[in-house]
Design a protein around this ligand. Structure first.
Ligand code: ASP
Ligand code: MG
Length: 403
């Protein structure tokens, strides 16, 4: 299984060179399936066309429109492979039958019927599948959300028990941190599914998160690599037990959040539910939540939400704060969440302490802390975000600590 992203099929020349790579990597007796994205910029162009038709374009019709980008690139790639004298056949999602739910624009795959693809492979054809699209129970065309071709590729790979799902993109793989922030960032040779999921904010630029969840669920090895070179990229795989799990695999930085504090919330049962139910009803996804132990019968409660939802959340929270007689609300949109991620944390003490010392040395104040088994996140002022990433990368990745 090979998947090519938008830049890899961004022009006639690029599609021809993908065809050449596909032809060169096909081994006799071994089936090859290729999933493609729309040509670079095409999905955005289609989105903007829809927006010119209506302020809030109908979601079903949007998916009919958006799915066309992948239809074009799948057909073009099949044509290019055939022009090289190889046999190839393109499939749209409804022809394979990649069935999804009916959540237009963010549909989730329910099942993949592999029989047509298998038949075509048996006939010696290279199968080209249009990514990003699906079909619901009633036959409506759906799309899987931005970056969804990755998920198409992993789902088809799982259904066909492919040996590997190669994701060809315009970067060399997954990096220890954003190379634009930290020039010392290096490409990871391998990373576990869990680490990749925790690196969401950074990893999402390379892989749609949903595809990593699927790969983990079905144990599909994913190899993220550049379509511009032959070099190995990053393998996203099952965590290896034992020796070489690194302490910290990556440092990530998320600036797209805002922080809200409700002051002196009375400390009694049901209040957290009273606060967060209306927020979730407003379709706002809360990220970190921190509540302290109460001292005098009240406690401050702080949480973060996506920055674009900041105003909407404040409107909801102001109402609740009045209802429950909290003392007031504070909020800050100039924050950043900086995290270190690594499976080695499961078995090593002192990672958090080191992280806090490194930040303290730079005089960076930590406003919130949260942890999972393999991740420690801190919220700090946005203006210190790059500095924090650099010093943390230096502290943990400068000298690689082995277990
Ligand atoms: N073409 C879709 C997008 O731009 C899907 C993808 O590229 O994975 O989001
Ligand atoms: Mg992508």
């Amino acid at each position: 299984m090979q998947k090519y992203g938008g830049t890899s099929v961004g022009s006639v020349e690029r599609i021809k060179s993908v065809a050449a790579r596909v032809a060169a990597t096909q081994r006799p007796g071994q089936g090859l399936i290729v999933v493609v994205s729309a040509m670079a910029g095409e999905t955005n162009r289609l989105v903007s066309l829809a927006q010119q038709m209506a302020e809030v374009p109908d979601e079903r019709e949007c998916d009919v429109l958006l799915a066309s980008g992948e239809q074009v690139s799948a057909a073009l790639l099949a044509l290019a492979i055939r022009a090289l004298g190889r046999r190839a056949r393109s499939f749209l999602a409804h022809q394979v039958r990649i069935e999804t739910d009916s959540a237009f624009g963010k549909a989730r795959i329910k099942s993949v019927d592999a029989s047509k693809v298998k038949e075509s492979l048996r006939e010696g054809e290279i199968v080209v599948v249009a990514g990003f699209q699906g079909v619901d129970e009633k036959g409506n065309i759906t799309t899987l959300g931005r970056g969804g071709s990755d998920t198409s590729a992993v789902a088809v790979a799982a259904a066909l028990q492919a040996k590997v799902c190669e994701i060809y993109t315009d970067v060399e793989g997954v990096f220890t941190t954003d190379p634009n922030i930290c020039p010392d960032a290096t490409k990871l040779d391998r990373i576990s599914y869990d680490e990749m999921l925790e690196m969401a904010s950074m990893g999402a630029k390379v892989l749609q998160i949903r595809s990593v969840e699927l790969a983990k669920k079905f144990g599909v090895p994913v190899h993220v690599r550049s379509s511009f070179t032959d070099r190995e990229g990053t393998w996203v795989v099952e965590e290896e037990k034992g020796m070489d799990s690194v302490l910290v695999a990556g440092v990530t930085c998320e600036k797209n959040e805002a922080k809200i504090t409700i002051l002196q919330v009375p400390d009694r049962p049901g209040l957290a539910a009273q606060i967060f139910s209306p927020i979730s009803e407003a379709n706002i996804v809360v990220d970190m939540i921190i509540q302290n132990a109460s001292a005098d019968g009240t406690t401050d409660l702080t949480f973060t939400v996506p920055r674009p939802d900041h105003k909407k959340t404040l409107a909801v929270v102001e109402q609740i704060a009045a209802d429950i007689q909290a003392k007031g609300i504070r909020s800050d949109r100039h924050i950043a969440k900086v995290s270190i991620v690594g499976a080695g944390m499961r078995t090593h003490a002192g990672v958090a302490a080191t992280m806090f010392q490194v930040l303290a040395r730079e005089g960076i104040n930590i406003e919130m802390i949260s942890t999972s088994e393999i991740k420690i996140s801190v919220v700090i002022q946005e203006k210190y975000a790059e500095l924090a990433v650099r010093v943390l990368h230096d502290a943990f990745m400068g000298k690689q600590v082995n277990s």
